[in-house]
Design a protein around this ligand. Structure first.
Ligand SMILES: [Zn+2]
Ligand SMILES: [Zn+2]
Length: 253
């Protein structure tokens, strides 16, 4: 097992040496993930059509029945659980930009399965300028790029400015709504009616709600949200582990 870890680390450090899976280190025809790891990902197959909260049965989730989101619906093909959280962390905090097209691919797959009009433009959730300067890139924009290219939809990345405030992840859920209520300052009107907000993960939905509210105030008529992954609410039962298949693949890697 220890040898496998060393091999994984070595292959990660030398990605050009041979093609290997980012998760298990096995040889992969795909540059990013092997077929086994792809099929093992936690898909968000049955979800609330409004907020993409994973559900046991079809229908709108209790949270949306009590208070529907500002945006019309959310598309989130994966769950923000292991190993999807690792892929998103690799993109966001380790600067592995190759993760962005991989995550976008799952959104494209999900879009192919639905019969709805595509939005007229994509709006990546803006980062605060200071955070953008520190990180060097906006992960939401990186996920947008391959989507815009594949779908031939313009990306509007300079419509809003993110105003200063503590990072959402550092706040308890109850305070997130307040933190983003005045989070976005309009710079120029998007001039489109049907818009998709793009981000890396949807947690409470408060950031997406705040941006959707700004877009509606600017004349949008239909705002949806596209994220590769949905973080289930804390009350949602965790997905049962599928450790066996992964473990056997890892040991053969
Ligand atoms: Zn793999
Ligand atoms: Zn819902």
């Amino acid at each position: 097992m220890k040898g496998t870890h060393i091999l994984r680390a070595f292959r990660r450090l030398c990605p050009g040496l041979r093609r290997c899976c980012r998760l298990c280190g096995a040889d992969s025809a795909h540059a990013t993930l092997c077929a086994g790891c792809r099929s093992d990902l936690p898909y968000n197959r049955r979800a609330c059509p409004l907020c993409a909260e994973p559900l046991e049965s079809l229908g709108v989730c209790p949270g949306c029945l009590r208070a529907p989101p500002v945006f019309q619906r959310c598309l989130a093909p994966l769950l923000y659980q292991a190993p999807v959280d690792t892929l998103i962390h690799d993109l966001k905090f380790r600067g592995q930009l190759a993760m962005a097209p991989l995550l976008a691919e799952y959104l494209l797959e999900a879009l192919q399965q639905r019969c709805q009009a595509l939005p007229q433009c994509l709006v990546p959730v803006p980062l605060h300028p200071r955070r953008l300067a520190r990180r060097g890139f906006n992960q939401a924009l990186e996920i947008c790029r391959p989507l815009g290219k594949a779908l031939r939809i313009p990306i509007l990345s300079r419509c809003y400015r993110r105003l200063p405030g503590p990072p959402q992840a550092s706040l308890p859920a109850a305070r997130r709504g307040r933190n983003v209520s005045r989070a976005f300052q309009p710079l120029r009107s998007p001039d489109y009616r049907h818009i998709a907000i793009v981000d890396d993960v949807l947690t409470t939905g408060s950031t997406a709600n705040a941006l959707a509210a700004a877009l509606y105030a600017d004349g949008a008529r239909y705002v949806e949200v596209w994220v590769p992954a949905r973080a289930p609410s804390p009350t949602h039962p965790p997905r049962p582990p599928r450790a066996k298949a992964s473990a056997s693949r890892r040991s053969s890697a």
